[in-house]
Design a protein around this ligand. Structure first.
Ligand SMILES: Nc1ncnc2c1ncn2[C@@H]1O[C@H](COP(=O)(O)OP(=O)(O)OP(=O)(O)O)[C@@H](O)[C@H]1O
Length: 222
C-alpha cells in the first residue's frame, strides 16, 4: 500500500533520519516510536504530503507521491488519507453531525457505506448528532474524530499521538476502533509514546534508530 524507500529528512545541517525504508500494507498497523524530537511527526507529515522529504521516495500503489503536483496532492488527501491528531482537529463551533458530513461530502455515497448514525454508534456516541463539539469532553471529541474517519473510510490513516491527551478507557477505545478499521482493510501509521498503544500494533519502527520495522510480538519476546 505505502512503500518508503531510502527516505531522509534534514532541517539545515541537522538530519532527523536517513536511509529509512519500510512498507505498510493494508490491514497493518505500524507504530512510530522514538524520543521527543526524533522526527515522528515530520515523518507522518511527509506521508501526508504536508512536508517533503529531503531525498528518497514514498510510493502509494506504485506511484511516487513526493512528485505529486497540487491537483494529485489534493486527490491523494481526499481519496486516500485520514488524519487523527492529539488535538482532534474538529470544527469546534459546529455540531457532531456537521463534523462528520464534511468528511462525507467529497465523494458520492455508495451502498453499504457507514452512515453518521452508525459511525457514532460504533464510537459510543449514539444519538449525539446535534450536540456542539466544543461542549464535549476531550475523549468524546477524539471519538467524533474517529467517527469522521469511519464515514470517510480512508485507505491510510495517519495518527499523531491520538491518545496523548486521553485517559485509559478512551485510549483503549481509540486503539480498538483503529484496529477494527485496520481489519476492515485500511493501513494505520501511528506515532505514539504510549507502550500500550505500541503493543496493539503489528510492527514498530523506532525513528532515528537503525530504523527497521520490528514485529511487535518479536519485540515483546526479546
Ligand atoms: N519546519 C521546521 N524547521 C526546522 N526544524 C523543524 C521543523 N519542523 C520540525 N523541526 C524540528 O525537527 C525535530 C523533529 O520534530 P518532530 O515534531 O517531527 O518530532 P517528534 O518525534 O514528533 O517529537 P514529539 O515526540 O515531541 O512529538 C524537532 O527538533 C523540530 O524542532
Amino acid at each position: 500500500m505505502i512503500e518508503i524507500e531510502s527516505l531522509s529528512k534534514s532541517f539545515g545541517p541537522r538530519t532527523l533520519w536517513s536511509g529509512l525504508s519500510f512498507t505498510v500494507e493494508r490491514r497493518q498497523m505500524l507504530a512510530l516510536t522514538g524520543p521527543s524530537g526524533s522526527g515522528k511527526s515530520t515523518l507522518l507529515n511527509c506521508l501526508g504530503l504536508l512536508d517533503a522529504p529531503s531525498s528518497g521516495a514514498i510510493r502509494h500503489e506504485g506511484r511516487d507521491i513526493t512528485g505529486f503536483g497540487p491537483r494529485a496532492t489534493r486527490h491523494y488527501r481526499r481519496d486516500v488519507l485520514g488524519y487523527l491528531f492529539q488535538n482532534y482537529a474538529l470544527i469546534e463551533n459546529a455540531s457532531v453531525a456537521a463534523n462528520l458530513e464534511v468528511a462525507m461530502k467529497p465523494r458520492r455515497a455508495r451502498k453499504g457505506d457507514p452512515t453518521v448514525a452508525e459511525a457514532l454508534e460504533r464510537v459510543g456516541l449514539a444519538g449525539r448528532e446535534k450536540e456542539q463539539v466544543h461542549r464535549l469532553s476531550g475523549g468524546e471529541q477524539q471519538r467524533v474524530a474517529l467517527a469522521r474517519l469511519i464515514v470517510k473510510q480512508p485507505a491510510l490513516v495517519l495518527a499523531d499521538e491520538p491518545t496523548g491527551a486521553l485517559d485509559h478507557d478512551n485510549t483503549s477505545m481509540v486503539v480498538e476502533i483503529l484496529r477494527t478499521m485496520c481489519e476492515e482493510g485500511c493501513a494505520v501509521v501511528i506515532a505514539t509514546h504510549d507502550d500500550a498503544v505500541r503493543d496493539r500494533c503489528d510492527v514498530v519502527l523506532t525513528v532515528g534508530d537503525a530504523a527497521h520495522p520490528v514485529p511487535v510480538k518479536e519485540r515483546q519476546l526479546s
